[in-house]
Design a protein around this ligand. Structure first.
Ligand code: GLN
Length: 605
């Protein structure tokens, strides 16, 4: 089948770059004293490729404008010190984050101490990796030893882990310096970062819009150039969808590639940690660092093919690309559809063989996902009871009343909705009708992907049906919000790797991302396709947001992490400004991630 052709890029070039009329995003392409090409890149995300090819990076580039690998190279060559890199990120955070609210906790003091240590290790040659000394932002559901880890929930407002997640340790071994922890939907349940107990995060492309979720804080930190790269987690699209809304690259690896040890579990059989960065090369390099076999996670896979950066070749000749026609129909925004077709064209021009096909079972993915994810969540979240760690209600009568009140007051609305749904589908009488049926559907969805990968090397798809919605428009209709996960959740149900790459901006000036999906353990196929596409597209500039651009009034609505709900013993450093807060003594969460069938086990109890 022949795919429709698009004209947007040439329209953009003609209107914006060649005739120098206002671009579709409304900005003028020529600013006084500046090269019009760079303004065009800022304004519409495109570069005048015919004239320049991939934009050359120049020496005047700010530290925060560099990609993680570029910064790593400059640190290695002693052009920039680790402290300077850290200063640049914190200055940007200080200027912007009161409005954007992408971080919930900053770790300034320890970061500077670590920067000095890493600098010495780089100089004495004991750390040699490509991202040594580069600062990183970590999603707040990844445990970090001695640093608040709240899952953006009131129930964990004071939780300070006694250990770090394996992925975080892997980064630290490679010389990463943690800036702080990023905002997210509470317990990673949501698609907008509005269910956070610490107020919503705002999209730096337009602060009246959401950044997507649940890893919205991590994606905004990268898009607003507060952090060169970040870690997120993806249970049903939480890396890929916000990456697409924020114009950054986000990747969910094959299930089992990155250890889930220390990732506070949402849906254990679906959760994966992954990188969020400015480009595909960064993503490959980060994944190479965090992928590891870990005995502490029983679902971790021992892989011998983790040299992901070897896939960064600009060559897709003969690559077989399938686009599910079921993904291009009703419900998909026209501009997003066009972006997918544009991407297909770009790959075809580089020698890939692109065609549409029927994936089938697409309409069953959302119900199956929400049954399975909620069932596992209801089991995983049973450990938060006000006894071992986190929030405890101030007034209660007896043990059961304490559980009830702590959980009622500690969890937000969306989390309670999932716990109720999960408990319902696991309850006797409904287990077969809902939970088992959802597991069977999951197996069938995996089979339809298996059939597709007999014919195709990668699947090209939208990341989300629309671009970022306006703040405050999504939570009132949860079912509608769940429908927005249509293109991402099957990838988790089937355990596949997927990457979201920015393609262009829509008519409102918001980024559109396209998704590339690979067969299990075939990350290299999608990295290669995404890299080749990126070479054709040119540099996708970040929005270049400045301090006055966001309204600071709403971002801080809600409670703050580390604030005082109780006065139980123990003091640690945490909170956004590194203030000392009270905590329960002996805060811990169970170290090993729950087995994928934890929900089923609970039912059997
Ligand atoms: N939006 C989906 C949900 O709410 C996906 C979230 C995720 O991947 N963590 O479940």
């Amino acid at each position: 089948m022949r795919l429709r052709r698009r004209s947007r890029r040439s329209w953009c070039r003609r209107q914006c770059c060649e005739t120098k009329r206002p671009c579709r995003c409304g900005r003028m392409p020529l600013a006084a004293g500046r090269d019009w090409r760079s303004v065009c890149v800022k304004a519409c995300g495109y570069q005048a490729q015919e004239e320049t090819g991939i934009q050359e990076r120049d020496d005047e580039m700010q530290i925060t404008e560099l990609t993680a690998l570029e910064l790593g190279r400059k640190i290695k060559s002693k052009e920039i010190s680790v402290r300077e890199a850290l200063d640049a990120s914190y200055q940007r955070i200080d200027a912007l984050d009161e409005g954007l609210n992408s971080f919930v906790t900053l770790d300034r003091e320890r970061a500077y101490a670590r920067a000095d240590m890493v600098q010495t290790q780089i100089e004495d040659g004991s750390i040699t990796g490509p991202l040594a000394g580069v600062p990183v932002a970590i999603k707040d559901n990844l445990c970090t030893k001695g640093l608040l880890t709240t899952c953006s929930s009131k129930i964990l407002y004071n939780f300070v882990p006694t250990y770090s997640a394996e992925a975080v340790l892997n980064l630290e071994k490679a010389g990463a310096v943690i800036l702080g922890k990023t905002n997210m939907d509470e317990f990673a349940m949501g698609s907008t970062t509005e269910t956070s107990a610490f107020g919503p995060t705002k999209n730096p492309w337009n602060t009246g819009h959401v950044p997507g979720g649940s890893s919205g804080g991590s994606c905004v930190a990268v898009a607003a150039e507060e952090a060169p790269y970040a870690l997120g987690s993806d249970t049903g699209g939480s890396i890929r969808q916000p990456s697409s809304f924020c114009g950054v690259v986000g990747m969910k690896p094959t299930y089992g590639t990155v250890s889930r040890y220390g990732l506070i579990a949402y849906g254990s059989s679906l959760d994966q940690i992954g990188p969020i960065a400015k480009d595909v090369s960064d993503c490959a390099a980060i994944l190479e660092m965090i992928a590891s076999h870990d005995k502490k996670d029983s679902t971790s896979v021992a892989r011998t093919d983790c040299d992901f950066t070897s896939a960064l070749v600009d060559d897709v000749k003969g690559l077989r690309v399938g686009i599910p026609s079921d993904y291009l129909g009703e419900g998909l925004d026209d501009e997003v559809r066009q972006a997918v077709l544009d991407t297909a064209d770009a790959l075809r021009q580089k020698g890939a063989v692109v065609e549409e096909f029927d994936l089938s079972l697409v309409e069953y993915a959302i119900p199956a996902y929400y049954v399975i994810a909620s069932a596992e969540a209801s089991s995983n979240l049973s450990r938060f009871d006000g006894v071992k760690y986190g929030y405890r209600s101030a007034e209660y009568e007896g043990l059961h009343n304490m559980y009830k009140k702590s959980r009622s007051e500690g969890f937000g609305e969306e989390v309670k909705r999932r716990i109720m749904l999960g408990s319902f589908v696991l309850s006797s009488g409904y287990y077969d009708a809902y939970y088992l049926k959802a597991l069977r559907t999951k197996a069938l969805i995996k089979q339809s992907f298996d059939r597709a990968f007999e014919k195709y090397d990668i699947i090209l798809a939208p990341a989300s049906p629309t671009t970022a919605p306006e703040l405050g428009k999504s939570l009132s209709d949860p079912l509608k919000m769940y429908l927005g996960d249509i293109y991402t959740i099957s990838v988790n149900l089937a355990g596949l790797p997927g990457i979201s790459v920015p393609c262009c901006l829509d008519s409102k000036g918001l980024p559109i991302g396209v998704q590339m999906i690979g067969d299990c353990f075939h990350e290299k196929a999608i990295l290669r396709a995404a890299y080749a596409y990126e070479q054709a597209r040119g540099r996708f500039a970040m929005p270049g947001i400045t301090a006055g651009a966001c309204d600071k009034s709403e971002a801080k609505a809600g409670i703050r992490p580390g604030s005082n709900y109780d006065t139980t013993a123990g003091t640690h450093v945490g909170g956004k400004h590194g203030t000392a807060v009270e905590a329960h003594a002996g805060n811990t969460v169970p170290a090993a991630p729950s087995a994928p069938n934890a929900a089923a086990e609970q039912e059997g109890e």
